[in-house]
Design a binder for this molecule. Structure first.
Ligand SMILES: [Zn+2]
Length: 304
């Protein structure tokens, strides 16, 4: 757990690894968390909330419903019965009935229970389904969270902006950034990754003039948020360009993954020297997952 004014970063210790997936706690008269972490992280999240003195929550706000962000949403909604669960409208049905989301993820992960635990449904009357930008959560004392629609990583992704502090919670829309890696890595999973939508979302976030950016993976971005968006855009363009070359040469997702890995090890020698750090980065998003998402995107482009 770490403190920055107005935001408490709770480490969900996802899959037993520290510094991979955050839950952000925003204290105040109407306290909120942003992200729920996977169900397998529930004890860590509850311990973090309790260490931060949380006895009640008004808001559980999700940037999107991927299992590393929303897996424990049902459990947390049960534990904090007053909280409203805020999510983009496109994602809401999957919280009410997680079975399709689960089946879709099972195509990517062999050990679903071990990695993700079980997802509890969220009662529909507890959900605020967001279909346009603007205030989605009143935090009290004049603070509020505004939704910023940011598709690209997933069609139903939104970032959350607190205009008073200038804090922007980017979810996965600006990729992932680990301090020790020191560079932005794209997060381009199947089946919905879309380059143009991602770049447009980065421009939308940049235009907010945020003072601090908090990617879910992981923690406060140490530099000016503009740097995060710029680096994310170049990293995305570069990854898609490399993948395009591989596809033009007759390769598929496995070859793209190899190329992405090779490129990032060459650019960041520390990843080659420090297997634990490389594994930690792989927990946020793997080359294989990114490659599969880009391959699918390129195939869709090809099909017109
Ligand atoms: Zn995601």
């Amino acid at each position: 757990m770490s403190q920055t004014p107005g935001v408490v970063t709770i480490d969900s210790v996802m899959h037993g690894t520290e510094g991979v997936t955050a839950v952000y706690y925003l204290p105040g008269p109407r306290p909120a968390i942003i992200e729920a972490a996977p169900a397998t992280s529930l004890t860590h999240v509850l311990a973090g909330l309790s260490a931060a003195g949380v006895t009640d929550l008004d808001w559980i706000v999700l940037t999107h419903i991927h299992l590393d962000h929303a897996g424990a949403a049902g459990h947390l909604a049960q534990r904090f019965p007053r909280a409203r669960v805020v999510v983009r409208a496109e994602g809401a049905p999957h919280l009410v009935d997680p079975s399709r989301l689960w089946a879709s993820a099972a195509r990517l992960y062999p050990d679903m229970e071990g990695l993700w635990g079980t997802m509890l449904p969220v009662p529909p009357e507890r959900i605020d389904a967001v279909s346009s930008d603007g205030v989605v959560a009143d935090l009290g004392d004049g603070r509020r969270l505004e939704a910023v629609y940011t598709p690209g990583h997933a069609r139903h992704h939104m970032a959350l902006f607190e205009p008073g502090s200038g804090d922007l919670f980017t979810g996965d829309a600006a990729g992932v950034f680990l301090d020790e890696v020191g560079a932005v890595h794209p997060a381009t999973p199947p089946p919905e990754f879309d380059l143009e939508a991602s770049l447009e979302s980065l421009r939308r976030m940049e235009a907010l003039g945020a003072r601090r950016a908090f990617p879910t993976h992981f923690g406060l971005f140490p530099l000016d948020p503009g740097r995060l968006f710029d680096e994310a855009a170049s990293a995305l363009r570069r990854a898609v360009e490399l993948a395009g070359e591989v596809v033009a040469g007759g390769g598929g997702a496995p070859e793209i993954a190899g190329k992405l890995r090779e490129e990032s090890l060459a650019a960041i020698p520390r990843l080659a020297e420090d297997p634990a750090l490389a594994r930690r980065l792989g927990e946020t998003t793997s080359y294989e997952l990114n490659a599969a998402g880009i391959a699918r995107y390129l195939a869709k482009q090809q099909a017109g």
